[in-house]
Design a protein around this ligand. Structure first.
Ligand SMILES: *Cc1c(COP(=O)(O)O)cnc(C)c1O
Length: 340
């Protein structure tokens, strides 16, 4: 069966670099949403705990519960709680949502600083504090999210300026409404790596920890190493004569006699179909024809075929980003942790 390897040495290397930037392990909140970016939620949670990471960010309450034993702090980004927990914090994305939380819930307030996606508006800060107090929730942090931290952009600067304003106002409101000390965080991986002097309470790091951050001319980014590799296993192999076709639509035709082997990895497993006809593996092995749901063919005779070991490189061939390449990988694929 097709499988995934997770390189523990590379993961710890990335966490070392991130720790240098945050200056403390407990300022890293490792983002584990979407099955830990396709790496495997439990596998990554266990490794993170072993490294000494204490904080995690997830999308849903269900994810939070399944990794609860590994961390002392878990932030749920977009779900409303079904149960209460001392470890789990819930994100407020909208004023309307505040009424839905159970009394006593720990919450963090997401404020929109210019991405215009989710979070309350800056002008709604006081109103939010009022309702949070009325609902008897425990407000622990105010945070925001960047739209453009991975590119040169005026929006990045604008959002940073807005967050300074948000922090000042929230500090005052925290005094007034009795929510002190209030914590603040805004950085994703790209923002953390491009900032010279990180000075917030926490950074929410996803793609950087998985070694697939892309940021131009950044020495720390160059030291990151991808941790996930995807392999297919041989299903069948044949020698084809010149001019024979392979796969659906017969879209590939051999130029000369060659051996073509079919592997058990297809778009149904997360090997994106847009890689059909032109994909080349890290070992320079060429795909033959279209990717099927559960298999794909390559011009080689290997027993096990490395499909990709750097999602950034594979993503370019699929005209997408590493995030999509990784999160497309189905949870049922077996994950093996390797040391080297
Ligand atoms: C996904 C996400 C992150 C992590 O972003 P990376 O670019 O992977 O570091 C951080 N914060 C929020 C709110 C997110 O949704």
């Amino acid at each position: 069966m097709a499988f995934i390897t997770l390189n523990k040495t590379n993961f710890f290397n990335n966490l070392d670099i991130i720790t240098q930037l945050t200056c403390a392990k407990d300022k890293i909140a490792l983002v584990l949403k979407d099955n830990a970016y396709g790496h495997g939620l439990l596998e990554i949670a266990q490794l993170a705990e072993e490294y000494g990471i204490t904080k995690a960010v997830v999308r849903s309450c269900q994810e939070a519960q399944s990794v609860e034993k590994y961390f002392s702090y878990i932030l749920v980004l977009s779900d409303t709680p079904t149960t209460s927990s001392t470890k789990i914090r819930y994100t407020i994305n909208d004023l309307e949502q505040i009424k839905k939380f159970a009394k006593g819930s720990k919450v963090e307030l997401k404020v929109d600083s210019g991405m215009n996606r989710n979070g309350i508006e800056m002008s709604e800060l006081r109103r939010a504090f009022e309702i949070i107090q009325k609902q008897k929730l425990q407000l622990e942090a105010v945070f925001t999210h960047h739209s453009s931290a991975d590119e040169k952009s005026e929006v990045y600067d604008l959002q940073n300026r807005n967050f300074i304003t948000i922090k000042k106002e929230a500090q005052k409101l925290a005094q007034e409404y009795g929510f002190t000390p209030l914590r603040f965080h805004s950085c994703n991986s790209a923002a953390l790596f491009r900032e010279e002097n990180f000075n917030e309470d926490m950074a929410r790091v996803g793609i950087g920890a998985y070694g697939c951050l892309e940021l131009e001319e950044n020495e720390n980014v160059k030291r990151l190493k991808p941790i996930l590799a995807l392999y297919g296993e041989k299903l069948s192999s044949r020698i084809l004569k010149e001019g024979e076709c392979v796969g659906y639509g017969a879209s590939f035709q051999t130029q000369e006699e060659c051996r073509v082997t079919n592997y058990d990895i297809g778009y149904g497993d997360g090997f994106l179909r847009s890689c059909s006809n032109h994909y080349v593996t890290p070992q320079n092995i060429k795909i033959a024809g279209r990717i099927s749901m559960d298999n794909s063919s390559f011009i080689t005779d290997k027993e096990k075929l490395l499909i990709f070991n750097d999602a950034r490189v594979a993503a370019k061939q699929a005209s997408t980003i590493s995030y999509e390449m990784l999160t497309s990988l189905k949870a049922y694929l077996k994950r093996k942790i390797i040391e080297q």
